[in-house]
Design a protein around this ligand. Structure first.
Ligand SMILES: [Zn+2]
Length: 445
């Protein structure tokens, strides 16, 4: 997969529209060199994919992951700036100078409870209960790095002007970094942002995307402790407020638009049963398909929290923990990438790769076991709001509204998995992921 990204960067760096034919030949030769360069780094790609998999760190805790990835980039001559936007695990790596500025990003965080031995087609955690790469975010930055190294070599050789910039999607699962990167001007000189995300096929799309945007909010209630048996009438339970808000939301859900998705966890439910809980918190994701409706859900949430506080005579406060705008991708960049996708095609899967994929699909009880993707998907077209039935979010949306951006989805995972689950870790450090990453890197370059 890395090859794909290389092709895209070379094209973006490439020659101006005027000097057409000779330049087309030159561009084709550079693309071929990039592909060759990527293929020669297949071993490095495998090492990086497997190393990042082994860290399996949650959002905002990607300490070893970031240390490792930045060390790799420094080794290959990229300059690193650390602590972007005050986030300890965020960084920016650059090479070159001047225009165009081409940014390559991908997420790096893991999923709770998804520790899994790679290559084993049933639930078999490395460490029971530990986080892991239950989404496959271990493959994206290795892909970008291989692509960037291949392009950097060609830029040096051919004295091409331009800047390569690599950045990690920190805490994507918490949608807690990209909007802040934008706010702090991290992309102010960037001409195009090529984002990569693990998938089960090779693809990209333009225009309004399906799925949702969201706001992530934690509501905290404050009451007063008392002896739960001796003098419960002296206490005011913050946990009661959390439970009432939660129940209230479930009732309200029936009267919300079909496109919404909302879910919560109780992050603090009190201390012990014989002490009336003084503090309790509940954390919601409010998702909708456009910004006005996200805002509307947020306001309903705040009202409901105020109601729960009134009912329980507690005090309520809230904080915003994350935010993601719905996604809107660039047409020209997506169409250009799709041409490269068609030229590169899918990886050649071995019989063992297919066997692992089908075995897992069977283990999960999927009605069909078609194995790995063998046919390219179509170029994604805009999704009309009335046809959007909701779904996941990605804070790449915040970036996509600020500069030409696309997401290259690359096949480093098995189709038909539930997502955010141990099963997504199974292929993520096997030849399936390695092949997917190498092939897609050429697309970037
Ligand atoms: Zn993701």
């Amino acid at each position: 997969m890395k090859r794909l990204l290389v092709a895209a960067i070379v094209a973006a760096l490439g020659v101006p529209m005027s000097a057409q034919q000779a330049d087309n030949a030159k561009l084709a030769a550079q693309k071929a060199d990039a592909v060759k360069g990527v293929d020669e780094m297949a071993k490095l790609a495998q090492e990086m994919v497997d190393s990042v998999f082994s860290f399996g760190e949650l959002g905002m805790q990607e300490v070893e992951t970031s240390r490792y990835l930045t060390a790799q980039l420094e080794k290959f001559g990229f300059k690193i700036t650390r602590g972007q936007s005050g986030i300890p695990t965020a960084w920016v790596a650059t090479y070159g100078s001047g225009k165009p500025v081409i940014a390559l990003g991908s997420d790096i965080d893991g999923i709770p409870q998804s520790s899994q031995k790679p290559g084993v087609a049933y639930h078999d955690p490395i460490i029971e209960g530990a986080p892991g790469h239950g989404e496959g975010h271990n493959t994206g930055m290795p892909l970008n790095i291989i692509a960037a190294i291949a392009v950097k070599r060609i830029m040096e050789r051919d004295k091409l002007p331009g800047t390569l910039m690599l950045w990690p999607g920190v805490a994507e699962e918490l949608v807690a970094s990209k909007a802040w990167f934008v706010r702090d001007g991290m992309f102010k000189d960037v001409d195009v942002n090529l984002f990569t995300h693990v998938g089960a096929n090779l693809g990209t799309g333009w225009g309004q995307q399906g799925g949702t945007g969201l706001v992530s909010m934690e509501f905290t209630f404050e009451g007063e402790t008392a002896h739960s048996a001796g003098a419960p009438w002296r206490g005011r339970s913050a946990l009661d407020a959390v439970e009432l808000m939660s129940v209230g939301w479930q009732y309200r859900r029936e009267h919300l638009r079909l496109s919404q998705r909302s879910h919560s966890v109780i992050t603090n439910g009190g201390d012990q049963p014989n002490v009336v809980p003084r503090n309790a918190s509940i954390w919601f994701y409010f998702r909708e398909i456009d910004q006005p409706h996200i805002k509307e859900l947020q306001e309903i949430g705040i009202k409901m929290a105020e109601g729960a506080a009134l009912m329980t005579n507690t005090k309520m406060s809230y904080r915003i923990l994350g935010t993601a705008y719905p996604r809107h991708m660039n047409k020209v960049v997506a169409e250009t990438m799709y041409e490269n996708i068609k030229a590169v095609g899918l990886p050649t899967w071995s019989e063992q790769d297919q066997q692992l994929a089908k075995g897992l699909q069977k283990e999960l009880g999927n009605p069909t076991q078609n194995g790995l993707a063998v046919k390219l998907g179509e170029l994604g077209k805009p999704v009309a709001l009335e046809d959007n039935n909701g779904g996941g979010s990605d804070d790449i949306g915040d970036i996509s509204w600020n500069m030409p951006t696309i997401t290259l989805s690359y096949p480093a995972n098995i189709p038909g998995l539930p997502g955010h689950n141990w099963s997504s870790g199974i292929a993520s450090a096997t030849p399936i992921a390695h092949k997917g990453v190498v092939l897609s890197s050429t697309l970037g370059s």
